[in-house]
Design a protein around this ligand. Structure first.
Ligand code: ZN
Length: 92
């Protein structure tokens, strides 16, 4: 899907609609000392390795694209998501 690089959306800091720059969100590296990571390691790498958590039977094919929207006036960054799953999003 084609999506614009700039869009007018509501800024919670300015409390009005302003122009926002949209950048695709990419998750960073997982923190090794975070509680969830340590719990996961404890459950999967120690002992005799039983079944941990549920197993996903059918995997979803696509992800819902998320953007980081930056306000042009106050530089506040807010997450902006499209509510639909799609294969590819190209910004023009
Ligand atoms: Zn703003």
């Amino acid at each position: 899907m084609l999506f614009p690089k700039e869009k007018k959306i509501f800024c919670p800091k300015c409390k009005k609609h302003t122009k926002h720059k949209l950048k695709e969100f990419k998750s960073g590296a997982a923190r090794t000392m975070a509680a969830g990571t340590r719990r996961h390691e404890r459950n999967t790498k120690h002992g005799y390795l039983g079944k941990y958590k549920y197993t996903v039977l059918v995997k979803k094919q696509n992800k819902k694209p998320t953007f980081i929207a930056e306000c042009a006036e106050c530089k506040q960054k807010i997450p902006y998501t499209l509510g639909k799953r799609m294969k590819k999003v190209t910004q023009q």
